[in-house]
Design a protein around this ligand. Structure first.
Ligand code: ATP
Length: 140
């Protein structure tokens, strides 16, 4: 059985969409293993977004992720990594398919970072790494 790290990013929390995201996850049938409202820190985000260091949008991304609380959670279920990414939709909310979280609830608000409401781990290796970063006490 698989686990994945999901974040409702600061834009989602600010817009009051946390409950809607949780509802979709529950309706899909995944189980919450951990769920917490958190303030990220620069150190934590440097770990979390290590693969994006040096990219043109990196500084704006970290600043955005520090702009307010995030709802961090660990989900569990068969193929939940792939399953949540399917629920989330494409990275760019402007073109994410209707029916997905980003497609139904997201749009372009200007600025150099895509404010796309949620994050979900993209592989078992990322999930293990990210769960350790956000929930040190949990097993991946
Ligand atoms: P996905 O893998 O579906 O893109 P993700 O959240 O894992 O979702 P990443 O590619 O890992 O996306 O990028 C991390 C985040 O950085 C994105 O969710 C988005 O907020 C921002 N981002 C990614 N690419 C760009 C870009 N080209 N311009 C601006 N912001 C971006």
């Amino acid at each position: 059985i698989e686990r994945t790290l999901v974040l409702v990013k600061p834009d989602g929390v600010r817009r009051g969409l946390t409950g809607e995201v949780l509802r979709r996850i529950e309706a899909k049938g995944y189980r919450f293993v951990a769920l917490e409202l958190r303030e990220a820190t620069a150190d934590l985000l440097a770990d979390h977004y290590a693969e994006h260091a040096g990219k043109p949008f990196y500084d704006a991304l970290v600043e955005f992720m520090l702009s307010g609380p995030v709802a961090a959670m660990v989900l569990e279920g068969e193929r939940c990594i792939e399953g949540f990414r399917s629920l989330a939709g494409a990275t760019d909310p402007t073109v994410a398919a209707p029916g997905t979280i980003r497609g139904d609830l997201g749009r372009d608000w200007g600025g150099s970072v895509q404010q796309n409401i949620v994050h979900g781990s993209d592989s078992p290796e990322s999930a293990a790494r990210e769960i350790k970063i956000w929930f040190a006490a949990l097993d991946a």
